[in-house]
Ligand binder design. Structure first.
Ligand code: AHM
Ligand code: MG
Length: 336
């Protein structure tokens, strides 16, 4: 029988061999993974657990919250507040940061998450997920503020996501490649099922919400037009399109077999940089994709180099197979 490597063993050995996961960070990652297990159980219960449908509230970005958005957010907060590794947390579903209460010790890490990504898919039984990012508080001054979170994605010490799909899969990077773990439900444990994941540099598959095409900027229009022309166009090959409308699921497919994912700027709301959030979606996914040999840009700049100005900042995203991301960036550069 092949030896099964658990998440705990993976984290311990990563620390022993490369010194990248100090005890506090390991605790934090294990607790996040445990919270994802608990969210997976609620997701699986669906209508039987009374977790489907709208919660009747809106988040800070004016989006209607689903019951599961709120449940997942609470699970992550409750699981993580007592461990002593964290100073504070920030979530797509909370207006402001959540400082670890005084009754618990405060650690040096900051945790950010999109508790339930792909909310529009919850009620229709399509893959959804949780995305998370870990930063280290930079200042030694006591207390913690929003300012402590405003670090570029390149400062992340870990990032990951969990897909609640046909299988429940946890994908993790601590800046030393990407590993995937599958949840063994009988055992209740995460088992390493892929390590040193690599995204092919070339692809014939793109993921974008095509219904918005007419609203994109010219370089995006050009990139997709050329893909659509297939064999007869300048690309000289036919492309395939996939759009789950859950970033976790679309990015997971790209990690498994290559592709390029885009959520571009749109002229209907010119002041809005994009739909996706820099701190909860683009940065963690950008970190993972780069660690797997891919690239992530907003068209003009590497996502991980962007200096966030505010917690809930939005960004335009192109990520995945390196050569396609590079081509789309080149079209943006040429357009000026
Ligand atoms: P959410 O975090 O509220 O679920 O929104 C983000 C999601 C992404 O997962 C996905 O890529 C995108 O929104 C889908 O948008 P659209 O419904 O426009 O296709
Ligand atoms: Mg999301």
């Amino acid at each position: 029988m092949t030896r099964r490597i658990s998440l705990t063993q993976y984290l311990v050995e990563e620390q022993r061999e490369r010194g990248r996961i100090p005890a506090q960070l390991r605790l934090l990652l294990e607790v996040v993974a445990r919270a994802c297990k608990s969210i997976a159980i609620s997701v699986n219960k669906g209508a039987l657990g009374g977790v489907l449908g709208s919660a009747g509230s809106e988040n800070v970005q004016g989006e209607v919250q689903k019951k599961l958005d709120i449940i997942a957010n609470e699970v992550l907060i409750e699981a993580n507040e007592w461990g002593g590794a964290l100073a504070a947390m920030a979530s797509e579903e909370m207006d402001s940061i959540y400082v670890v209460p005084n009754r618990y010790p405060q650690g040096e890490y900051l945790l950010l998450f999109d508790p339930l990504d792909g909310s529009s898919n919850i009620d229709v039984n399509v893959s959804i997920g949780t995305i998370f990012s870990v930063l280290k508080k930079q200042s030694d001054t006591p207390g913690v503020s929003t300012q402590d979170f405003l670090q570029p994605g390149s400062a992340q010490v870990a990032a990951g996501y969990c897909v609640y799909g046909p299988q429940t899969t946890l994908v993790l990077t601590v800046g030393d490649g990407v590993a995937m773990f599958t949840l063994d439900r009988e055992q209740g444990s995460w088992v390493l099922t892929a390590d040193e994941v690599r995204i092919p540099e070339d692809t014939k598959e793109f993921a974008v919400n095509m219904s918005n095409q007419r609203h994109w900027a010219p370089p995006m229009q050009r990139y997709i037009d050329e893909c659509l022309q297939g064999k007869d166009g300048p690309r000289g090959k036919d492309f395939n399109m996939r759009w789950v409308a859950s970033m976790v699921a679309d990015v997971h497919r790209i990690l498994c077999r290559g592709g390029v994912f885009m959520y571009p700027w749109d002229k209907r709301e010119p002041a809005k940089a994009g739909k996706l959030r820099l701190m909860y979606e683009a940065n963690p996914m950008g970190f993972i994709v780069e660690q797997a040999g891919g690239a992530a840009t907003n068209g003009k700049q590497r996502v991980l180099d962007l200096q966030p100005g505010q917690l809930h900042e939005r960004v335009s995203v192109i990520l995945g197979s390196k050569n396609e991301v590079e081509r789309a960036s080149a079209y943006h550069r040429e357009a000026g």
